[in-house]
Each structure stands twice: as C-alpha cells, then as structure tokens.
Design a protein around this ligand. Structure first.
Ligand code: NAD
Length: 249
C-alpha cells in the first residue's frame, strides 16, 4: 500500500512552481489530488500528464464561489478531502512610500484572504471524511523575520501564521491539524530575478529545491501527527540572523 493511498488532497496554486511539485509528489505517493489555479493552460497540461488521480479546476482563491465549486468537484471525483495545501500566493518587494493602497490590498487578498476562505471551505469536507484531516498553510520566512520593502508580503504571510494558530485551536477537536510552512528562497519563478549573492551568508548558501519543500509538506500531512498550530521553517538557516564570522586557524 502506498503512503498516500487514503488521502484526497486539494492543492491551490498547483499549476506551477512549488504547488505543481507538491501535486507531482502526492500523485507519485498514491494520493488523489484536486488542484486549482488561475493559470488554466498550465493546470490542464499537468492534469493530462498525471492521469486519472489528478484533476484540475480553475480556482481563484479570492473568490468564495470558486472555492465552493472546487470542493464540490473534488468530492464528486474522489470523495471527501483529507488534506488542503493552501499554497497559492504572490510576492513583491516595493519601498513603503511607493506602495499603493490597491497593491497592498491585492496581495493581502490573495495570500491571506485566500487562505482564510480555503480553511472555511475545506473544513466541512474534512469532517465528512469521518477522520478529520490536515491543513498546510504556505507562509514564508517573511512571516517570521522582517526585511525592508516587504510591507504587504510580510503582513500577508505573518497573517497566514496567525490564521494557522486560530484554526488549530478551533478545529483541533474535529481531529483537524493545521500547520504553517515557512520557506526561505526556493528555485521557482518567484525567485528568478533574485541576486543569489544575498544567500552567501546563509549557513546553507543556496536556493532550496522544490523537492525539499514538497518532502516537508508531505511529511506534515501524514507523519507529523502530534504537531498542530506551529511553524515549520525550511530556509537554509536564513532566519538565524547575522552571517557567521569567518573562522580562522
Ligand atoms: P509561483 O509563482 O511559481 O506559483 C504560485 C502559483 O499561485 C501560480 O501558479 C499562480 O498562478 C498561482 N496563483 C496566483 N494567484 C492566484 C489566485 N488568486 N488563485 C489561485 N492561484 C493563484 O510561486 P512559488 O514560488 O511556487 O510560490 C508558492 C507559495 O510559496 C506562495 O504562497 C509563495 O508566497 C510561497 N513562498 C515562495 C518562496 C520562494 O522562494 N519561491 C519562498 C517563500 C514562500
């Protein structure tokens, strides 16, 4: 029996980047996966490649009806969900004084409000599974440690960390665990323009691979059975602070 044979998982932002990689890993381990995204062409191509255990729907995480339709489509195809990976997100670095109110709200809408609606939409389905389930919210090191120019991204991801803790408290008695994941710099289109020299002071001075993050996400779904409401940092040591002094003989 495969590790995820009894799992029905919804992954948001699953057409590209880390989300697509989580979908691939879940399918390889035996899960049935409904994944959603606003990038329809990429999502449909991935679903066609992965076969009958993967189903793609257009899902805009900021839209209530879109969530209702996605959960319904997933249940019709695979039965009630046992896990949700709230992965969809956008990022950006803008100096405070040039950040418009509309741009600030837009990022909060996708990263934070999308996560909130996702939890509210999936919980009834997790309960219908008869055994509860797991919600993995993808935050960021930006939700752990501040850096200049990230007012909206940090606010949105800090809030994801807070939502995680409240949901863990509200749904624990339904046997639902809720955790947050805080990646540092990962090799996706989101970090394509990043000057990698900024990683030189990091104890592990490189980008994370998508596989490293997917392995943590899958571990949290099926193995981390005594963890809820807490943070899992995967950042090569980035949030430790100052670079270590160069050691000399
Ligand atoms: P990515 O841009 O490759 O993928 C993000 C996906 O989210 C895309 O497919 C995009 O179409 C989708 N998306 C955007 N808005 C959406 C919406 N309204 N509804 C549904 N889907 C939407 O980015 P990634 O690097 O794979 O990031 C995935 C998650 O990880 C994000 O939440 C991001 O903030 C977080 N993260 C990324 C890094 C990194 O270094 N790449 C670091 C920390 C956290």
């Amino acid at each position: 029996m495969a590790r995820f044979d009894n799992e029905v998982v919804l992954v948001t932002g699953g057409a590209q980047g880390m989300g697509a990689n989580h979908v691939r890993h879940l399918i390889a381990e035996g899960a049935r996966v409904l994944f959603g995204d606003v990038a329809v062409a990429d999502g449909e191509a991935l679903a066609a490649e992965l076969g009958e255990n993967a189903k793609f729907v257009r899902l805009d995480v900021t839209d209530d009806q879109s969530w209702t339709d996605a959960v319904t489509a997933g249940e019709e195809a695979f039965g009630p969900f046992t896990a949700l990976v709230n992965n969809a997100g956008v990022s950006g670095v803008t100096p405070w004084l040039t950040l418009s109110t509309d741009d600030f709200k837009r990022m909060i809408e996708i990263n934070t409000v999308g996560t909130f609606i996702g939890i509210r939409s999936i919980v009834p389905s997790l309960k219908r599974s008869g055994r509860g389930g797991v919600i993995v919210n993808i935050s960021s090191t930006a939700g752990i440690a501040p850096s200049a120019g990230t007012a909206t991204y940090a606010a949105s991801k800090w809030a994801v960390r807070g939502l995680t803790k409240v949901a863990a408290l509200e749904f624990g008695h339904d046997n639902i665990r809720v955790v947050s994941v805080h990646p540092g710099f990962v090799e996706t289109q989101m970090t394509a323009g990043v000057d990698l020299s900024i990683l030189s002071g990091q104890p592990i001075p490189r980008l994370a691979t998508k596989d490293e993050v997917s392995k943590l996400v899958l571990f949290l779904i099926v193995d981390a059975t005594y963890s809820t409401g807490t943070e899992f940092i995967i950042d090569g040591g980035n949030t430790l602070g100052a670079a270590p002094l160069e050691m000399k003989d």
